[in-house]
Ligand binder design. Structure first.
Ligand SMILES: C[S@@+](CC[C@H](N)C(=O)[O-])C[C@H]1O[C@@H](n2cnc3c(N)ncnc32)[C@H](O)[C@@H]1O
Length: 241
């Protein structure tokens, strides 16, 4: 089966304004002292975040299930190491990390088993007291939506339709379009799965652009007023509970 993200890789790497101007600054604030730390970027895509933290002194490994994305990351974002690997297999790395990052990856997982296994595997590669910053689409974001940079259609428009696909259409910064399915996961899905693996949510943020960013990028004003993203700051407990 062709990996959808391999097909989209080149166009996606043209850049997504919501990722660069909303998510990147918020993730940078959440992980503000990475110098000398080990960081695993799961679902690293073309390496935007891996490269950003590599430039700030972290020892970064980016993994992605799409080999094409990984090849692209090696070319366009060289400040990190990259490997083609599924998030549900990361314990095979046999390595512990200070930080794990997953940006817009869990919302692309299309079944409860992978959603569950991804948390289990990530917990396996975290150091005690290590942190995991997970950014995803906000479970309560409007699923039928049309903005200048993002459109969405959710035929079965119920918040509680866990695991149901909905169509996403994004415009890149060069004006091309990418379209793919994301999957609805509720707050209960996140919170109840996370606590299974010796993990604790220590903070939640709802990333949005700053008013200044909206002046420079008026296409982002919608995201100043509506919950579009959620950032879970998760810590591994020191000892097994
Ligand atoms: C929406 S993109 C986000 C990429 C990157 N984190 C960013 O924000 O620029 C989702 C990425 O997750 C990757 N992905 C999807 N399912 C995955 C899995 N099971 N294991 C590892 N990576 C996966 C895709 O190949 C794609 O590169």
């Amino acid at each position: 089966m062709t990996n959808i993200w391999s097909k989209l890789s080149k166009t996606y790497a043209e850049g997504i304004s919501t990722t660069e101007y909303i998510l990147l600054p918020n993730v940078a604030r959440a992980l503000d002292n990475v110098d000398g730390k080990s960081l695993l970027d799961v679902g690293c895509g073309y390496g935007l975040f891996s490269s950003f933290f590599g430039q700030r002194g972290a020892r970064v490994l980016g993994i992605d299930s799409s080999k094409k994305m990984v090849d692209l990351a090696k070319k366009v974002s060289p400040k990190a190491h990259y490997e083609a690997m599924d998030v549900t297999k990361v314990s095979q790395l046999n390595q512990d990390f200070d930080y794990v990052l997953a940006v817009m990856v869990f919302c692309t997982l299309n079944n409860p088993q992978d959603f569950y296994n991804a948390f289990r595997e990530i917990s396996c590669v975290m150091k005690p007291k290590g942190r995991f910053v997970l950014v995803d689409e906000h479970p309560a974001s409007k699923k039928n939506l049309e903005t200048a940079v993002l459109k969405r259609q959710f035929p079965e428009n119920s918040y509680f339709n866990s695991g149901q696909p909905y169509r996403v259409l994004l415009s890149t910064e060069k004006g091309s379009e990418v379209s793919f399915d994301n999957y609805q996961w509720t707050l209960e899905d996140y919170a109840n799965t996370i606590r299974n693996f010796n993990l604790e949510i220590i903070g939640i943020k709802e990333p949005r652009p700053s008013p200044k960013t909206c002046q420079e990028h008026p296409e982002l004003i919608y995201f100043l007023e509506n919950p579009e993203y959620i950032l879970f700051d998760i810590q591994k407990r020191e000892k097994d509970a």
